[in-house]
Design a protein around this ligand. Sequence first.
Ligand code: SAH
Length: 409
Amino acid sequence: MTALPLVFDAPRRGKPPRHLADLTRDEARAAVAELGQPAFRADQLARHFYRGVTDPAQMTDLPAAVRETLTGALLPGLLTPVRHQAADGGRTRKTLWRLHDGALVESVLMRYPDRATVCISSQAGCGMACPFCATGQGGLTRNLSAAEIIGQAVAAAAAMANGEIPGGPGRLSNVVFMGMGEPLANYARVRKTLDALVTPAPHGLGLSQRSITVSTVGVVPAIRRLTEEGLNATLAVSLHAPDDELRDTLVPINTRWKVGEVVAAADAYAERTGRRYSVEYALIRDVNDQPERADLLGRLLARRRAHVNLIPLNPTPGSPWDASPLPAQREFVARLRAAGVPTTVRDTRGQDIDGACGQLAAADLRPRPEARPERARGEEDGVLLGVPSVAVPTPSLEPPVELGAEADE
Ligand code: SAH
């Protein structure tokens, strides 16, 4: 495996067309006025957008003569669904989106008995180069605009509201920035997205800050900024190793900001919000799953406001690594708990559709020799709906933790 360089500055590409969700409310009202329409039309457009209405014909509160003009100017279609893939009897659904310039991203909607979580992408690709992550291995294409990120959450909220997911109409309750990309490397757009997610309807999705999780490799200055700007989203830090020597190789940003600096920044955030942060730790067989490392992690996190979320490694193409065996996982959990660190094992939902943590590659249009037959069939059709779930045993020790449940800490 060749080491990839860390990339912070996203390549400059053509900007997506202007969209209402990129604008402040005043800017949107001004844009509508420029088109010779009363400013309140901006609010009508916002109501449609956040309810997931995209067809101008359905916007019956707008005069028919201006529907096309207004939607064309302020609600351009930024995300075109290429296909959906379903697992878990339809309760997990991964969507591949094509953006205006052909870039591809994925989002995953997961319905649980008491919540519905969407995992969204903040960048097309990722520049953080983590060697065990499919997205990281693909490199960075570009940053997403706020409207492109928000649009993924809006689509998920609409899918829930419209009863597209088995279980009847429901409500999107959680958003996790655990799809493609490093959210804190696209700070300004992610910040705007957080605002839109928590702004009450009709100008946003009306979620609570704590039901939103921002997951980061540990961009320390950006964690400090979240702290200073008074945000209350749940913070998740992808640690994956307690010691700098190993973390330098697993999470290359560690060569800039060390373990000690990352946990100190997360501590400060937790101090301000009064809530624990989540430490993500992918358990990789014989790489970071030794009992000594569990002890080291336990000593690092004991007496901090942290909770450990262990993720048995999800396999990615070309990687020589695999998940820790069950006994090693058990031992790891036991040692962390003995050190007084609250620890859970994360659900591996969506693994069979390459929709689990670290598997999002939006690589579906490239040849994939390891593709399973049912996927290959779907590719010919161009659309894959309702793929029967392949039973993948979840190697957990107790009921695994739902994605988004970080917020319950
Ligand atoms: N860039 C952000 C968010 C994206 S990934 C971050 O790194 O935090 C969400 C989580 O999945 C991260 O903790 C990431 O390290 C983890 N992950 C990546 N690849 C994985 C894999 N193959 N198996 C399990 N978890 C993985």
